[in-house]
Ligand binder design. Structure first.
Ligand code: HEC
Length: 102
């Protein structure tokens, strides 16, 4: 049943599965580039340090509009999904001691 609800996380209001699931959204929308732990992979940088420095609004804005340099494309999510994934990432992946240059 949890799996079933996760499938419908993108239409929570239709299927009544509640608030957007930040972890499931991260896995679906971010992990492909940033890795499941936020440490980055191949050409994508780690965001562990950035997540510990940016405000919630800045992370949400990065998600919805892409990064300032344009290297990260805007991610297609609605506002509450973007906030849920930003909060989850900030709570679970942020590391102020991570090497920002990695
Ligand atoms: C297509 C690959 C890709 C995807 C998908 C992606 N990112 Fe990024 N992201 C990047 C790249 C590349 C950068 C570095 C951009 C730069 O330095 O300008 C970045 C940078 C960031 C930053 C740091 C921005 C800053 O100001 O330093 C955050 C935070 C971030 N991503 C969060 C996310 C979250 C959360 C998701 C999922 C909703 C996500 N990203 C999905 C490629 C991606």
């Amino acid at each position: 049943m949890i799996r079933f609800c996760a499938l419908f996380v993108f239409v929570p209001f239709v299927f009544g599965c509640g608030e957007p699931d930040g972890e499931a959204l991260y896995d679906a929308k971010c992990a492909v580039c940033h890795g499941s732990d936020g440490a980055g992979q191949t050409t994508t940088p780690s965001i562990q340090f950035e997540l510990s420095q940016l405000s919630l609004n800045e992370v949400v804005q990065t998600i919805l509009e892409g990064s300032e340099s344009g290297d990260m494309p805007p991610i297609v999510l609605n506002d509450s999904e973007a906030e849920a994934v930003a909060l989850w990432a900030m709570e679970n992946l942020a590391d102020p001691n991570a090497d920002a240059s990695e």
